[in-house]
Design a protein around this ligand. Structure first.
Ligand SMILES: [Ca+2]
Ligand SMILES: [Ca+2]
Ligand SMILES: [Ca+2]
Length: 132
């Protein structure tokens, strides 16, 4: 086999490896979300990620996120809507309720999971802001 033909075959194999097999579908998902590696994000996985982010954002560890801590993730209007007890901050329960709402909005085929395509939608991206 000539060297150039060999090189071509190798690059072809590389292309095939890149084109989506079912296994590589999981890697289209944002890193760390799909903890059971089934290629989709379910509500439990979303909430686990949301809780981790909540704790990370809660700099003063008072168990609630204020507008400053939520910066760029939730608009003022969304914060007001989500703040059920009107204390101007989001408790973890209030935060997870928004996560669940956005999850359901993104789950357009109502199968209880979000695939990579659903996560790329507008609601999907709004959800991701609260997860990572
Ligand atoms: Ca999963
Ligand atoms: Ca509140
Ligand atoms: Ca779905």
């Amino acid at each position: 086999m000539s060297l150039s033909r060999r090189a071509m075959l190798i690059s072809l194999a590389g292309l095939l490896a890149l084109s989506g097999s079912p296994v590589s579908a999981a890697s289209n998902l944002p890193k760390g979300l799909d903890t059971d590696a089934d290629g989709t994000v379910d509500l439990t996985e979303a909430k686990t990620a949301a809780e981790t982010l909540f704790d990370k954002l809660d700099h003063d560890h008072d168990g609630a996120l204020d507008a400053k801590e939520l910066r760029r993730r939730l608009s003022k209007g969304d914060l007001t809507k989500a703040d059920l007890d009107k204390d101007a901050t989001l408790s973890k329960d209030e935060y997870l309720a928004v996560v669940e709402k956005r999850f359901n909005a993104a789950d357009v085929d109502h199968d209880g999971t979000l695939d990579a395509k659903e996560l790329r939608s507008k609601s999907g991206r709004a959800l991701l802001k609260l997860l990572q």
